[in-house]
Each structure stands twice: as C-alpha cells, then as structure tokens.
Design a protein around this ligand. Sequence first.
Ligand SMILES: Cc1ncc(COP(=O)(O)O)c(C=O)c1O
Length: 402
Amino acid sequence: MADWCAPDHEPLVLVGGRGAHLIDSDGREYLDGNSSIWTNIHGHRHPRITAAIQAQAAELAHCSALGFTNAPAAQLGERLCGLLPDSGLSRVFYSDNGSTSIECACKMAIQYRQLVGEPQRQRFLCFERAYHGDTAGAGSLGAIPAFKGRFHGMGFDAVAIPDIDALSTVDPTEITAVCIEPLIQGAAGMRDWPSGMLTELRAWCDEHDVFLILDEVMTGFGRTGQMFACQHEGVVPDFLCLAKGLTGGYLPLAATLTSDRVFSAFLGGYDETFFYGHSYCANPIGCAAALASLDVFQEEAVLEGLPAKITRLERALAEHFGSREQTREIRQVGMIAGIEIDPIEGLAFTGAEVCLAARRHGLLTRPVRDTLVLMPPLCSTESEIEQMAAALAAGLDDCASG
Ligand SMILES: Cc1ncc(COP(=O)(O)O)c(C=O)c1O
C-alpha cells in the first residue's frame, strides 16, 4: 500500500482492450499475458459477448433470485450441466465469484451431512499450498500463509495434506469433503499434480463416501486444453466450482454445480432451507455474457484450436527460458504456464521486478513470488503467444543485466 500511495507512483490506467491486447491511458498497447488475472477467455471487446451484454442490459439489468428466476439464468444452468453430460451434475447454484463458489459448496456439504444424519462429518481436507479464495470459509481451505496466516482457525475446520499419499493418515469418517484445484495449483505458483492423482483421489472419496469438491475457478473453460480440467482424467466431482472464465472474463458470476443426491436432501421444509444467497446471484447480464461465451466456444471451435497454441506456448517457453541459468523449472498445463526463476541478487522481489520490466516490452502479467506466469487468453494467436514469451524474457534480461 505504501508503494502504491507513494507520491511518485504512477498507476497504470487501462482504458481499452482488443482481443489479447489492453490499451492504457497514454495509448500504449500491451499483450494481456495473464488473461486479466486468469479471467479472460475469448479476448477483450469480443463483439458477440459485448452485444449480449448490451441486449440484456436493455431488457433487464438485474432482478432478485430469491423466489424468482430469469431466462438467461435458467438457460445457462441447462447449458452448464450439458457441458458434462451423464455426469450427474444436474443442479446449479449461482453466486458472484470464485471464493463464493467454494464457500457455498462447503456450506452445502456441511448442511447435507446434517440433513442426512451424519453431523460428525464437518471437517474438510485440502492440500498444502492450495488457494480457494479470500472469504473466511474459502480461505480456511487454502494453505498459503500470506493469505491465511492472520486468519488461521477462523473459518471451516480444515486439514491440509501434502499429497494423496497422506490420505492414509486421515480418519475419513470425520470428513465431509476434499477440496482441490485439479491438475494444477494456481496461486501456489502454477504447480501441477502428478497425472492420475485426481483419479486416485476420486476412488478414495468413493471408498469412504467423502465428497469431492473441484475448484475449477482457474482451470475451467478451456484453460487446460479441455473445457474442464477434470475431463482429462474422466473424473466427476460432487461439487464443481466455476467463476473467472464463466462469463468469458467480462462480469463477476460464479456457479457451483452439484448432483440430485445433494439437491434432494434440501427438499424439506423451512429448517432444511439452504440459507445462502448474495444480492446479485444469477444476475441476468452476467448470465447473458456467459451464454454468449459458450456460443463463442462453439462458433469459433475454440477447444479444437487449442492444441496448436499449447504446443506453441511450450516451444516458446523452451526457446526463451529453457537454457537459461536462472530458470529453475518451467511448468505448463495447457494454456497455463509458470516459469520459476532464481532470485536475482539485489532485487527484493525478483518476479515482480521482471514483470514490471516486461511492461516496457509490451506485456502485462503478474508473478506468484518468483514464478513468472504466462496465461494467454485462449484467443491469442500463435504469434501473440510467441511475443508474450519474448517480452517476458526481455524483462528478465533487463533485470539480470541490472
Ligand atoms: C483456484 C482458485 N479458486 C478460487 C479463487 C478465488 O476466486 P475469486 O478471486 O473470483 O474470488 C481463485 C482466484 O484466483 C483461484 O485461482
């Protein structure tokens, strides 16, 4: 805060966007190297999404979802469930952001156990270095000290384990659900899980009747190469949490998908009600944007175009970072990449300095400590992906040469 408020600090003011580009108040253009904090899918100012937002705003900007519904919300629910046919995920609960999509999955899991006579199952399992959001409940399932340290013990009862080998140390009869970022942990520094891990975790959950909550807030909507990360291993969760890319990255909206099994436990009277809701749940403009984003996936065959882009990203990372002494590890899952570098002597925050330097080469991104993040919008061309990697490498060169 002190840096931001310093008299000589000039904040970068972004005023426009076009595809994978952002434009600042001085007219300078940048490539959006982290998809505007992992949200943007089809690029900025996509005419299809913009038109859908405008059309919906002209009809009805917002109405309560308490006792009412609206057409875009109903249509979107159906479309979302249709993305995972035969999964049994047939119910959708809307909220506002990634944190609340987790928060309500957790509350549903806890209340479900109470409603079906298993009140002893109130504890969550999560993973070391996990990040699931900043609200008190979602934050308690995270395990990154910077986010959690001061608020330790103030949320859900959650135990963090390092990996699935540690499941053997857990008493499953106390656990209501396991929560995980599938395939790759984001805020941990883009750390990928071993392949097959999700399948094993699902099997453990099935064996012990523990719910599996998949946090696809970052990985959802094509980011890993498939629509959802869980599809790589054919795993179906009990709760699927979606946000960020749900609206193409245009508006705050989240969805928590679950099964009829969970839904039907709440069909009693007043006492069984799920008392959870935010004012802007199921906002019609957000839902219209999400519907348009799903249309773009189909109309532009977005998923089909990804393998070539993912390969281009892999090649660009290898070319620009592979043989550098400073590179500790390059990690990539689909269009998500983290380049972990050694700290540069004399720099307090190497990752941040490198990303700041990359701005001068036309790239905006943000590190996780000393892991440089590249997460191009899915619409980025192969040439834009190459430019992003080159700009980040140029930023690193600037910092390394002092
Ligand atoms: C995996 C994951 N879950 C949850 C969240 C929280 O989402 P939001 O910032 O929309 O609350 C994030 C945000 O970065 C995330 O990466």
